[in-house]
Design a protein around this ligand. Sequence first.
Ligand code: PLP
Length: 388
Amino acid sequence: MNFDKKINRINTHSVKWEMMQPYYGVDPKIGTPMWVADMDFEPPKEVHDALAVMANQGIYGYYGNDENYRNSITGWMARRHGWKVNPSDIFTTHGLVNGTALCVQSFTEVGDSVVLFTPVYHAFSRVIKAAGRKVIECKLAIKNGRYKMDFDAYDKQMDGSAKMVILCSPHNPGGRVWTVSELKEVATFAERYNLILISDEIHHDITFETKHITMPIAAPEISDRLVMMTAATKTFNIAGCHTGNVIIADKKLKARFSTIMEATGTSANSFGLYMTQAAYSFGDKWVDSLCKYLDDNRKILDATIARIPGLQSMPMEATYLSWVDFSGTGMPKSEYIDRVQKKAHIAASHGETFGAGGETFLRFNFATQRTELIKAMARLENAFSDLQ
Ligand SMILES: Cc1ncc(COP(=O)(O)O)c(C=O)c1O
């Protein structure tokens, strides 16, 4: 594992590199893509090897006998998260945006609402609204520079239309690892309003000093309303295989989800199953090293942001996505965005796409080679040098 190894991704159908010009006007030959949550690192060698086995065999037919695949997932969750998963509770979907969409179909009706704690990963609201459901945006409060939930405010927003709540844990884009007491409060909130709780824990493996606690351990008492979503794709940078896991222990919820899997004809692709199994079986050391590398990148980014007057990065406990507030510059949004995109040649995600509360932020993905990050940060500092 060599995270410093630079790999050309231009003209490789990488959305991160290929679409930075059309979306952000940043030329990939001179700029740095710091937007979509995709890393510039090769996955563990065993993931390549698993694909090589398929390629050498030379036939790409339907996949059968997924026992080892399921066991690799339960093994990972037990080793890394102390969470005992029953192999038969696992449903494999085409990634977790698809998993979210299937949950919306399974647990809500057209016209119902789904609660989101915003700002949050933008695909949630996209999927919910496209399915004819509404979003109740419960805005996260900022206390001591970090996101906190404000349930007194949320109680006032509840109008009886909500059937489901989606928690992003750890939180994208704020980088929070929620504490046990915060998770319990979310669980109590779900009980109070009789909501199905979807806990999207796709970012659970990439943490720094703080350990992620999985919802079934924080709040075992709500297992009858809990749906878990996990995937190897963020952790191992294999998102192109579009494979995720929706894990449901409760029999009734399982039956509802299973019906929608049937109704939509959802079954996994064999590439994703091979890759996920290899990653979860052999990826422990790789992830430990990755987290160390990302932690050093995080410090470089934070130090740069701290030197630019008016910019503030949210302290991060997880993910490789830094959430930076530009409101202190006093500049109109168009100006700071122009400086980031046109002067610093950085494509960063625009905060308003994450919902209420994100308006003055940009999100920077720092999962790239250190040399690339250092160059990008130098250009960022330079783009705001007149403020020094
Ligand atoms: C919280 C969260 N859920 C889901 C996804 C995407 O999942 P998938 O690629 O499996 O559809 C992302 C991607 O960034 C994410 O941040």
